[in-house]
Design a binder for this molecule. Structure first.
Ligand code: CMC
Length: 423
């Protein structure tokens, strides 16, 4: 027998049977039974806002798969550009598909000179690179007026290639500006992450060759961050995209959501926290202060993962590989101690609070030489592939414009009172 639920309106005795499909019940049946009575679900904690075949996340069991492929296998064997292809197209590319994909992305890395010279250089000298990046992504919309042709799949793909390709260039430009260094043009002879590292760190040498192990570590981090189903940023992408806004401004909205410290900004918060703790000896006292409600243990806990975040496991291993080259980040010992103390403390275990992706990623970025302000920017680069995969999926689903209801709890109608009569 098919699984179902029965909803009864106790005011009228009317009831309706709704089938359970793919683990959800269709809210349209509820709307039919009780028009004008809304589900109250702030933060959408109980709502599946869409169906999706991009990423599967099983938070209870610590499972993360892109298009069915386990994150562990992708991190070990794949590359970010291959994963981006997988997310966008739904399948891993064949050799014949992969070569033109890499070529197209490599040859779309340049940005219009006005974006850099007139736009990015107009920011105040101490502008946060993430604020610059969000604005620059939105500004790209004005350079590609054809981006509005969102119903043409070929045109969509052109914008997708541009966005994936230009994110590292914009990110590096934001960094170079904030440290007062001249812009470095992309080098088409380099791979995706090597090119990014060249745009970041090149000084006077004719060609910057990144340490291949560091370029690979960054590529692994990009794979791990490429998608994470319906998180806050991706939801922003789908919501703005549902208004048929072009992919640049939709991506800017998603990046703006990611900027928040509860979301992609947490890795920055982790480093600040570790610095403020200062030494291993202070860890127990810090844990006690968290338990007493004086702030949170940054990089711990997740809305969906209720066991170890599978990305955190891989990142911990990547951290060892990076530290073997860069030398150990002095904050690592404090992080390891924090993890050890928290995982043996009932406060954290009973609430199923485990390290998330951000707990160790900041330590790696810092050891690689990135300033903390760049951490969320480093998250936004690969997440662009995931955002765009969801954007395409929503368009192909012909999703209606997102327009939730509210439960109005404000004043009843009242008459306007002139300024001179208000007490
Ligand atoms: N430190 C201490 N206590 C915590 C923490 C934490 N990091 N996270 C949750 N709790 C407690 C919280 O106080 C609450 O306790 P009680 O039931 O006694 O009131 C309980 O655990 C449930 O917390 P919640 O706030 O209801 O959980 P949530 O699902 O709304 O929040 C979260 C998820 C990620 C915002 C939260 O765990 C948090 O603030 N973590 C620190 C920030 C962080 O690391 N964010 C990165 C998330 S992963 C990157 C991404 O995917 O964007």
């Amino acid at each position: 027998m098919a699984e179902s639920i029965t909803i009864t309106d106790n005011r009228t005795g009317e009831s309706i049977e709704v089938p359970i499909v793919d683990g959800g019940v269709d809210a349209a049946a509820w709307r039919k039974l009780m028009p004008g009575t809304w589900f109250y679900d702030p933060a959408l904690m109980t709502t599946a806002a869409t169906s999706s075949s991009v990423t599967e996340l099983d938070g209870e069991n610590g499972v993360l798969r892109y298009r069915g492929y386990p994150i562990e296998q992708l991190a070990e064997h794949s590359s970010y550009l291959e994963v981006a292809y997988l997310l966008i197209h739904g399948e891993l590319p064949t050799q014949e598909q992969y070569e033109p994909w890499v070529h197209d992305i490599t040859y779309h890395t340049f940005i219009h000179e006005n974006v850099r010279k007139r736009f990015l250089e107009g920011f105040h000298h101490d502008a946060h690179p993430m604020g610059m990046l969000v604005s620059a992504i939105a500004a790209l919309s004005t350079f590609y007026p054809d981006a509005g042709e969102i119903h043409d799949p070929e045109n969509r793909l052109k914008q997708i290639v541009r966005l994936i390709a230009k994110m590292p260039t914009l990110a590096a430009a934001c960094h170079r500006f904030s440290v007062g260094m001249p812009f470095v043009y992309p080098d088409n002879s380099l791979g995706f992450t090597s090119n990014f590292l060249s745009m970041l760190w090149k000084v006077a040498e004719p060609r910057y060759d990144a340490n291949p192990a560091l370029a690979r570590a960054l590529d692994v981090l990009f794979i791990l961050h490429a998608d994470h189903e319906q998180n806050c940023g991706t939801t922003a992408m789908r919501v703005v995209g549902s208004a048929h806004a072009d992919p640049y401004v939709s991506t800017a909205a998603a990046a703006a959501a990611l900027y928040g410290p509860r979301h992609g900004g947490a890795n920055e918060a982790v480093i600040r926290m570790l610095k403020s703790i200062g030494s291993i000896e202070e860890v127990p006292a810090f844990i006690e202060s968290v338990k007493a409600g004086k702030g949170r243990l940054q990089g711990f806990g997740h809305r969906v993962y209720k066991s170890y975040d599978p990305r955190a496991k891989i990142i911990k291993q990547t951290a060892d590989e990076v530290f073997a080259i860069t030398g150990k980040n002095p904050l690592l010992d404090i992080a390891l101690k924090l993890e050890e103390v928290a995982l043996s403390d009932e406060y954290f275990t009973s609430r199923k609070l485990y390290p998330n992706v951000d707990f160790y990623s900041g330590l790696i970025y810092q050891a690689m030489g990135f300033p903390v302000e760049m951490f969320t920017v480093l998250f936004a680069i690969p997440r662009t592939a995931g955002w765009l995969a969801h954007w395409v999926e929503a368009l192909e689903q012909d999703q209606k414009i997102v327009r939730p209801r509210q439960l109005y709890v404000g004043h009843d109608a009242r008459d306007y009172v002139g300024l001179d009569q208000r007490s």
